[in-house]
Ligand binder design. Structure first.
Ligand SMILES: Cc1cc2nc3c(=O)[nH]c(=O)nc-3n(C[C@H](O)[C@H](O)[C@H](O)COP(=O)(O)O)c2cc1C
Length: 213
């Protein structure tokens, strides 16, 4: 079935995109305004876009026309933020921080989360989260009148000790992190425990097996 995005409403386009581009990892963002008031919120328009430089991107919308998400306001003000990843154990706590509180409400307190001081940026990370990235803002790409893509450079990252197999080789036990991801509809999530392995095919193997030069 064809859905022509020129002929349907923004809400319907959104519905179609988020019902199909799944699973999406969740950036659990901690930011701080210039007065030091903390803020936390989840964003699943999120991914990594480059290893060198190490760049992540987050799509942030608005609560209502002219009222951008508090996370964006803070990051625009200070240029710093921490992206925490969400494990199965953190799911309910993450959900509390997604409540549409007024600006200035510290969602970390509301969810009784523990913070740990960062090493390179002012906003702290979330102790309950198994992975955290300390980031500085590179730029905000404006998307229409109510959304923006925030690009951040990762300055340092933290991984829960028991999930690091070999620090020297930078081997991580990813399944042990039990990260969750956003699925379709408003409230569906995925666990990352249903895995399969598929090796890449070297081009020479492909040519040999298919008798091509
Ligand atoms: C799992 C999950 C993913 C979300 N992803 C996004 C997103 O990618 N972009 C967005 O603007 N809002 C997203 N939201 C909604 C925000 O978390 C919510 O509006 C929150 O109140 C924003 O907080 P803030 O104003 O303190 O930044 C998501 C909510 C949940 C529960």
């Amino acid at each position: 079935m064809l859905f022509d995005f020129g002929e349907i409403e923004p809400k319907e386009r959104y519905k179609l995109l988020v019902s199909t581009i799944t699973p999406r990892p969740i950036a659990w963002v901690v930011s701080q305004n210039s007065q030091g008031v903390l803020n936390a919120a989840p964003f699943s328009f999120f991914n990594a876009f480059s290893g060198d430089p190490p760049v992540i991107g987050i799509g942030m919308g608005s609560h209502s026309p002219g009222r951008p998400k508090d996370s964006r306001v803070n990051i625009q003000e200070t240029g710093q933020f921490v992206v925490n990843l969400v494990s199965e154990e953190c799911a309910q706590l993450m959900n509390v921080t997604a409540i549409e509180f007024d600006y200035g409400v510290n969602e970390l307190e509301q969810a009784a989360l523990t913070t740990v001081q960062s090493t390179h940026v002012k906003p702290p990370r979330i102790a309950e989260s198994p992975v955290a990235f300390e980031c500085e803002l590179i730029q905000i790409v404006e998307l229409g009148t109510s959304s923006g893509l925030l690009l951040g450079r990762v300055l340092a990252m933290h991984i829960r000790d028991d999930a690091v197999i070999d620090p020297g080789k930078h081997y991580v036990d990813t399944p042990k992190l039990k990260l969750i991801a956003r699925m379709h509809g408003a409230n569906w999530y995925a666990k990352t425990s249903d895995l399969f392995k598929m090796d890449r095919i070297p081009v020479d193997d492909w040519k040999r097996d298919h008798d091509r030069p």
